[in-house]
Design a protein around this ligand. Structure first.
Ligand SMILES: Nc1ncnc2c1ncn2[C@@H]1O[C@H](COP(=O)(O)OP(=O)(O)OP(=O)(O)O)[C@@H](O)[C@H]1O
Length: 298
C-alpha cells in the first residue's frame, strides 16, 4: 500500500548561506508534482534533501516523514541509512550513475526488487523485473543487455525500472530529460506518466524537478521556487496559464517566447529545405537552366 510523504518547513544551509528556506510539500500516492524555477532556485537541493543525498557540508532542518509515522523524521538520515520502509527512490539525471555498465539490465532490476520489504525470492524478483522492464516500454529482448549497449533513452527507461523495482512511495526525478534530444525527452515523460498511471493503486507520488514548463504541465501540481522559497503553487493548469507571482509570469512568458522562437526556426528551416528540394527537382528535370522556385508551394 502506498503512503503519503510529507516535507515540512525544509531549510538547507551550506557554508553559512541559507539556500532553501521553508519549503513544504505533500507527496500523495498517484499524484505528480513538478518543482520548477530558474537555475539556482533551490530545486535540486530540495530534491536531494528528500532523497537523502545532500552533500555532507549541507545542514538540513525541517521534517520529512511518512504520514502514518509523523514522529520518525527521515531528513537527517542519508539515503543508505534510511529504513527500507521509507521508500523514497531517486531516478538519477544521468542513468549511467544509476546503472552498472556491465551488468545485464534484468539483473540490476531484479536486485532492486529483491531488496524491497516484500522480501521477494530470486525467481519472483526476476519475474517482477521483467514485468517492470516491459512496463517502462523496453523491449523484453533488451532485458539481457548491459546498459553500455543501450541508447540514452533506453538507459533512462532501465534506470526508471530499477527505481520502480524498489517499490517506492515517492519517485524523485531531477531533470530526467536534460541530457536527451527532443524526441527522447517526450518519450521519457510519456513513459513516466503512462507507467505511473498503469500502476494504479500502488503508484508512487512523483516529484519532477524540471526547467521544462511543458513537462511540468503534464503533472497534477506545480510548485514554483525562487531564491530558495516557494513563491507559488497550485494545480498545473492554473499556475501555468494564470500565474500570479511576477517571477512565475516572467518564466511562463519566457517559455512561450522560447516555444514560438523554436516554432519559427522550424518553419524557416522547412521553408529553406522545401525551396532547396524544389530547386533540386527543377535542376534534375530541366538540367542547369535557371528555373524559378515557385512561391506559395510549400
Ligand atoms: N554543495 C554546494 N555548496 C555550495 N552551494 C551550493 C551547493 N549546492 C548548491 N549550491 C547553491 O545553492 C543554490 C541552489 O542550488 P540548486 O542546485 O538547488 O538550484 P536549482 O534550482 O536546482 O538550479 P538548476 O536548475 O540550475 O539545477 C545555488 O545558488 C547553488 O549555487
Amino acid at each position: 500500500m502506498s503512503v503519503t510523504i510529507i516535507l515540512k518547513d525544509l531549510v538547507v544551509d551550506i557554508a553559512g548561506r541559507r539556500l532553501v528556506d521553508g519549503v513544504s510539500l505533500e507527496l500523495a500516492p498517484g499524484t505528480s508534482t513538478a518543482l520548477v524555477g530558474a537555475s539556482g532556485a533551490g530545486k535540486s537541493l530540495t530534491c536531494a534533501a528528500v532523497a537523502g543525498t545532500l552533500a555532507p557540508d549541507a545542514r538540513a532542518n525541517g521534517i520529512l516523514a511518512r504520514e502514518d509515522a509523523p514522529d520518525r523524521n527521515l531528513l537527517a538520515l542519508p539515503a543508505q541509512r534510511r529504513p527500507a520502509d521509507a521508500r523514497i527512490a531517486l531516478v538519477q539525471q544521468d542513468p549511467a550513475t544509476a546503472l552498472h555498465p556491465l551488468v545485464p539490465v534484468i539483473d540490476q532490476v531484479a536486485l532492486a526488487a529483491a531488496g524491497t520489504s516484500r522480501g521477494l525470492g530470486r525467481r519472483s524478483a526476476t519475474a517482477r523485473a521483467l514485468e517492470l522492464i516491459v512496463a517502462v516500454g523496453l523491449d523484453a529482448d533488451l532485458a539481457e543487455r548491459v546498459p553500455g549497449r543501450l541508447s540514452g533513452g533506453q538507459r533512462q527507461r532501465a534506470a526508471l525500472a530499477v527505481a520502480l523495482a524498489s517499490d517506492p512511495a515517492v519517485l524523485l526525478t531531477d531533470e530526467p530529460t536534460t541530457a536527451l534530444d527532443v524526441l527522447a525527452r517526450a518519450e521519457v515523460l510519456t513513459v513516466l506518466t503512462e507507467v505511473l498511471a498503469s500502476l494504479g493503486d500502488s503508484a508512487p507520488a512523483l516529484l519532477l524537478v524540471t526547467h521544462d514548463l511543458p513537462a511540468a504541465a503534464g503533472c497534477d501540481r506545480v510548485v514554483v521556487m525562487h531564491e530558495g522559497r516557494v513563491i507559488e503553487h497550485g494545480d498545473a493548469l492554473t499556475v501555468l496559464t494564470a500565474p500570479e507571482h511576477p517571477v512565475t509570469r516572467a518564466m511562463c512568458a519566457a517559455a512561450r517566447e522560447e516555444t514560438l522562437a523554436g516554432a519559427r526556426a522550424a518553419i524557416e528551416a522547412r521553408r529553406t529545405f522545401t525551396a532547396r528540394a524544389d530547386a533540386d527537382c527543377a535542376v534534375r528535370a530541366f538540367g542547369d537552366a535557371p528555373t524559378p522556385v515557385r512561391e506559395g508551394v510549400r
